[in-house]
Design a protein around this ligand. Structure first.
Ligand code: TYM
Length: 327
């Protein structure tokens, strides 16, 4: 069975972009692959976050993962900080990476270009830790949204560099993205991705948003003045974004939805997408609350960490021998 691994940062609440770009894929893959999914809490502190918020986000995230259909019997679900090998290999990868290649990472560049104050060294070296997260488990594939592909490319380069310098140690992973929903855009500015840091709450649909409010956000989504329902991300980003959301949540191919809307306007499309999102969130949140009530999160994490450690500890021992730490 091929192996797959991915992670998500517990910063802020999860939104529809995270679901469509990442979590919905994980649930699909759990039957076909040996799947490792972790909460990237060490990455979360690269920007300031209160301990109580980090704790709450982490718990919510696990419960949401489970509510989205991840089955802990099939998937190894764990916290990054529960497996010490991540931080250990993270340091070694930091020492494998060049300043120049880290400076080229667009996520870091975007943050610094905005002139944000207090950008930490951790935010800069973040991709090296991400490389460690991946390489510890020798996955064949890393399913991520478009914004993370560059980090997976860097991971490949660091793995090749290490293998070349110290002999074959890491498998070279492939990034994997679905064709629809690689990127979900803001509802208020469909040229920007839907993101946790978006300042206008009407642009983002959180998975824990009140479903009726979420429906309203879809109904007031920014579109264009062309008035024809077409999938054309270049010229009609707002409408295309709605089509993506509808397609992923309903399972109906985009072309079929477009065909159904021949001669119809945006109002009807927004109504349908609004209803789809409403039902999706209502069902998801009911499952989420049930999982929190059942208090199963701790057990899932404990078992997940034990399984992950078995693999990661073996790999880090091998790496320590190769770099000369074990004498
Ligand atoms: P994070 O937490 O920002 O996002 C988690 C996943 O959601 C995807 N995503 C989106 N997909 C579509 N449309 C959007 N608007 C959107 N916003 C986010 C992201 O591409 C990602 O797949 N560095 C990672 C976490 C990480 C990781 C890893 C991932 C740490 N180590 C190892 C994979 C493997 C991050 O910040 O993702």
């Amino acid at each position: 069975m091929k192996r797959m691994l991915s992670g998500i940062k517990p910063t802020g609440r999860l939104h529809l972009g995270n679901y469509i770009g990442a979590i919905s894929q994980f649930a699909k893959y759990q039957d076909e692959y040996e799947l490792f999914i972790f909460i990237a809490n060490e990455h979360a502190i690269t920007i300031p976050i209160e301990a109580k918020d980090l704790r709450k986000n982490t718990r919510d995230l696990i419960a949401l993962y489970l509510a989205c259909g991840l089955d802990p019997e099939k998937v190894t679900l764990f916290l990054q900080s529960d497996v010490e090998a991540h931080a250990k290999l993270g340091w070694i990868m930091t020492c494998m990476a060049y300043m120049g290649e880290m400076q080229r990472m667009t996520q870091y560049k975007d943050k610094t270009a905005k002139g944000e104050k207090g950008v930490t060294a951790g935010l800069f070296t973040y991709p090296a830790l991400m490389a460690a997260d991946i390489l510890l488990y020798d996955p064949d594939f890393v399913p991520v949204g478009q914004d993370q592909k560059q980090h997976v490319e860097l991971t490949r380069n660091l793995a090749e560099r290490f293998n070349h310098r110290y002999s074959d140690t890491f498998k070279i992973p492939e990034p994997l993205s679905q064709t629809v929903g690689q990127k979900v855009y803001s509802l208020t500015d469909p040229t920007k991705k839907m993101s946790k840091s978006e300042s206008n709450p009407r642009g983002t649909i959180d998975l824990l948003d009140d479903p009726a409010q979420a429906r309203n956000k879809i109904r007031s989504a920014v579109t264009d003045s062309l008035g024809v329902v077409r999938y054309d991300p270049q010229n009609q980003p707002g409408v295309s974004n709605l089509l993506t959301i509808q397609s992923v949540l309903s399972g109906e191919p985009v072309e079929d939805i477009v065909a159904r809307y021949e001669g119809k306007g945006y109002g009807e499309l927004k109504k349908e997408v609004g209803e789809t999102v409403f039902t999706f969130l209502t069902d998801l949140q009911a499952r989420y609350r049930k999982i929190l009530d059942e208090k199963i999160v701790d057990k899932v994490l404990e078992e997940g960490a034990a399984r992950a450690r078995k693999i990661a500890d073996k790999k880090i021992s091998k790496v320590y021998r190769k770099v000369g730490f074990t004498i």
